[in-house]
Design a protein around this ligand. Structure first.
Ligand SMILES: [Zn+2]
Length: 333
């Protein structure tokens, strides 16, 4: 699929973007000292607002060359991704495909939508072999990309937001990437699990939750299904302590944190005695929930139960983080 980024004689466009790219690289450098103070969702939000907006003006007139696009992505990646915990494709995945509550804006899509906003209709866009610095040429290229992604002509005189929406909802590559993410996860899981059913369980379970889930829960869901929850057991290669932040148990992994830890058990007990019937119902379900439920691998989970699981594991995770930051990492006696 042709994705808007021009190939070939793109030296001029690369030069047009040069100053903006340099500005962004400088800004990333000033951001770096505060990288560890923001979580992934926070870094993505900052990138959307303070880094990608540097190109807003140029995006309306020129498609980025491949060289420019590579450079921008490299710089974005430096700010967004620490280690190998996730990748850029997952961060740009739309919310309705297990992306973050506010996904990273995809460069090519943003560029295309900006170029086509409020433009007249182009009846029969043709890809000219010769590529110039004429804005009309760039619009035409963007129109061709739009058609190839959405399967329909771009609606003339449309707002950028609408164009983005159309592009994101008909771009099949996001779904393909999701499948690859899950199959990579399966390979890590081990040999004895049936790959296909488990894979489709995770995807269908998690996708059943509405896209309009509370942002914090949506981001937590992202971390759960892509397995980026950094328990001490998971972070062991970074030289941190292995022990549970709450009780000092020797292996702090998800099984321990959400199910076995005394803190999780006591939280469920407290919910059992709560006045609200919803809390009592949640307690009843969570009391016998398995790790596979928390990871959305169990077939036939109800949406209500998925909400229970997600809210509970987020509550535990947040309390743990508070405990770790505010009270120090020393386990109680
Ligand atoms: Zn514990």
């Amino acid at each position: 699929m042709y994705l808007g980024v021009l190939i070939g004689r793109s030296v001029d466009v690369t030069m047009v973007y040069e100053a903006a790219v340099e500005k962004m690289e400088r800004r990333v450098s000033t951001f770096m000292p505060m990288q560890s103070r923001h979580d992934m969702a926070g870094r993505v939000r900052l990138a959307n607002v303070y880094l990608l907006t540097i190109f807003s003006y140029l995006f309306r007139f020129f498609l980025m060359s491949e060289a420019t696009s590579r450079r921008v992505l490299k710089s974005l990646k430096r700010w967004l991704i620490r280690g190998t915990v996730t990748n850029m494709a997952r961060l740009t995945a739309p919310t309705h495909l297990l992306g973050l509550a506010t996904p990273l804006k995809d460069l090519a899509t943003l560029n295309m939508a900006a170029l086509l906003r409020y433009r007249e209709a182009i009846p029969n866009p043709v890809m000219s072999g010769d590529y110039s610095m004429l804005v009309e040429d760039h619009v035409e290229h963007a129109a061709i990309s739009y058609v190839s992604i959405t399967g329909s002509a771009f609606p003339p005189l449309s707002a950028q937001a609408l164009l983005m929406e159309n592009l994101l909802h008909s771009d099949g590559t996001a779904m393909g990437r999701l499948a690859r993410t899950f199959s990579a996860r399966m390979k890590r899981h081990g040999r004895d699990v049936q790959v296909k059913p488990l894979l489709s369980n995770i995807a269908s379970n998690a996708l059943r939750l509405p896209a309009k889930l509370k942002p914090e829960l949506r981001n937590h869901l992202f971390n759960i299904v892509h397995q980026c929850v950094f328990t001490n057991h998971r972070a062991r290669n970074y030289g941190t302590t292995l022990a549970c932040e709450f009780c000092g148990h020797h292996q702090e992994d998800l099984q321990h944190l959400f199910i076995d830890c005394v803190v999780a058990r006591e939280a469920i007990d407290a919910m059992r005695c709560h006045r609200g019937p919803l809390f009592r119902e949640a307690a009843k379900f969570l009391a016998s929930a398995k790790l596979g439920d928390y990871l959305f691998e169990t077939r036939g989970l109800k949406v209500m139960h998925m909400r229970f699981l997600l809210s509970f594991s987020l509550a535990i995770w947040k309390t743990r983080r508070f405990y770790r930051v505010a009270l120090g990492a020393t386990p109680p006696p």
